[in-house]
Design a protein around this ligand. Structure first.
Ligand code: ARG
Length: 465
């Protein structure tokens, strides 16, 4: 059934109807559509635009439709143009003429903008909850491994010693920023567009704040053209989701590396790894690889939204129907990735000895050796050069700085004493890095606690809402 009969003499052809229809992907907003319509009808009644009797009829009709869709008694018609059309048509089928009064002072243009906002406002919260859960797992692991020495890398070359907890907490910080981006995005999205109507508002004496209050919006939109043609909130949410995927993808890449025999810093639980159909020895980090791979979908969705919106004249254009598949896919993908990633990380076995062994190679205490000289009066550039010579000598002799005899040190610089060995021990190298934000175990422990507390507060605040 088409809503816009009257001007037209013919029905849409089947192919045009299929092409035009969005029901296959917007039917997931049936709750929001009904919730929005109930609020709209309530407002129309309150403002005297429809009678009390019509209002009551519409609301109970909509409630029965909601109950029937939820119970499965009412199937959403795949031939309908969209979810808005389907529900309005079904309402009229059930209650007759009063059903036709629902769309007074409303257009599908402001209706769809409202529905997406209602739907995404919930999804922002759902994604945030998952991100917070991940932060909690990270903080717990970081606390446990706050003194587990591992190599820190630049250019994927061993650079300076750190502790595993410090490395994990770097992701904790990224994800905390993601949470704050989600909160910002939600706050900006919290504007109710209904009452913008097709594009130019309405002549009926509506009260938009009534609808906004009923639906739990913080504000109403200020401009009717903007109200129906804004999809910034989709683009912004997709951008935030993309950044989350960047973080999950980097983390996945590291887990994949750490699982390899070349690193063997961690081992994934059997429940989160897969085998090979031909190579009996294989244990593959498929979950991490899929998360890394799925980041591409979310970036693609963001690009879709940007491209759909960039060239359309105000106000509504049908191009905008393309917004939903993109933003829904981005949301679904991120939720799915987080749901798989959290228990994978939680059950991941850490192998501290292997980390320690890797940290002992590659001269990652060279900076500390140079720093020791500097603290004993040698200018840093000279200390750097002397240490470089010592590293070259170690490579020549097939040894490391810890085992190089003092005579070799003295041959390069006569400031060296036995004390240098203590300064370049890996444990000292990390425990001395006490400048705020550094990897000294006591700092890492404190940071892990701080991050855990922040995450718990976020959960508590969400539970209260
Ligand atoms: N299904 C449409 C969408 O998703 C609803 C709005 C239709 N408005 C219109 N003027 N054709 O965007």
């Amino acid at each position: 059934m088409q809503l816009w009969k009257g001007r037209f003499k013919k029905e849409l052809s089947k192919t045009t109807n299929d092409f035009n229809s969005s029901i296959s992907f917007d039917s997931r907003m049936f709750r929001e559509d009904i919730e929005g319509s109930i609020a709209h009808a309530t407002m129309l009644g309150k403002c005297g635009i429809i009678s009390e009797e019509s209002q009551a009829d519409i609301i109970s009709g909509l409630q029965s439709i909601l109950a029937d869709i939820e119970s499965g008694a009412l199937k959403i018609d795949p031939e309908a143009e969209d979810i808005h059309t389907f529900i309005e048509g079904e309402l009229t089928r059930r209650i007759g003429d009063n059903g036709k009064r629902l769309h007074t002072s409303r257009s599908r243009n402001d209706q769809v903008a409202l529905d997406i906002k209602l739907y995404l406002k919930k999804e922002v919260v759902n994604v945030k909850k998952l991100v917070v859960d991940l932060i909690k797992v990270i903080a717990e692991k970081a606390e446990k491994y706050s003194d587990t020495v591992m190599p820190g890398y630049t250019h994927l070359q061993r650079a300076q010693p750190i502790v595993f907890g410090h490395h994990l907490l770097a992701y904790g910080e990224m994800l905390l920023r993601d949470v704050s981006r989600l909160e910002d995005c939600l706050a900006r999205m919290d504007e109710m567009p209904l009452g913008s109507c097709a594009l130019a508002g309405t002549t009926y004496p509506i009260d938009r704040t009534v609808t906004a209050d009923l639906l739990g919006f913080a504000r109403i939109t200020n401009n009717s053209l903007d109200g129906v043609s804004d999809r910034d909130f989709c683009i912004e949410f997709a951008s935030v989701l993309s950044i989350i995927m960047v973080h999950l993808s980097r983390f996945s890449e590291e887990i994949i590396l750490w699982c390899s025999w070349e690193f063997k810093f961690v081992e994934l639980d059997d429940a989160f790894s897969t085998g090979s159909s031909i190579m009996p020895q294989k244990k593959n980090p498929d979950i991490a690889e899929l998360v890394r791979g799925k980041s591409g979908r979310v970036f693609g969705d963001t690009m879709t939204l940007l491209t759909v919106m960039k060239g359309i004249a105000l106000a509504y254009n049908k191009d905008m129907q393309e917004d939903k598949e993109a933003i829904f896919d981005a949301v679904d993908t991120v939720k799915m990735c987080l749901t798989a990633f959290i228990p994978m990380l939680d059950t991941m076995r850490v192998l501290p000895q292997n980390m320690r062994r890797a940290a002992a190679g590659g001269f990652i205490n060279a900076t500390d050796c140079a720093d020791w000289l500097t603290k004993n009066g040698v200018p840093f550039r000279d200390a750097y050069k002397a240490t470089g010579e010592l590293v070259a000598r170690c490579i020549e002799l097939g040894t490391d700085l810890e085992n190089l005899p003092l005579a070799e040190y003295l041959a390069v610089c006569d400031v060296f004493t036995e004390e240098v060995y203590d300064a370049i021990s890996l444990e000292r190298c990390v425990s001395q890095r006490t400048a705020f934000g550094g990897p000294a175990p006591e700092l890492v422990k404190a940071q892990a606690q701080r991050v855990k507390e922040l995450a718990e507060n976020l959960s508590r605040a969400d539970a209260k809402k």
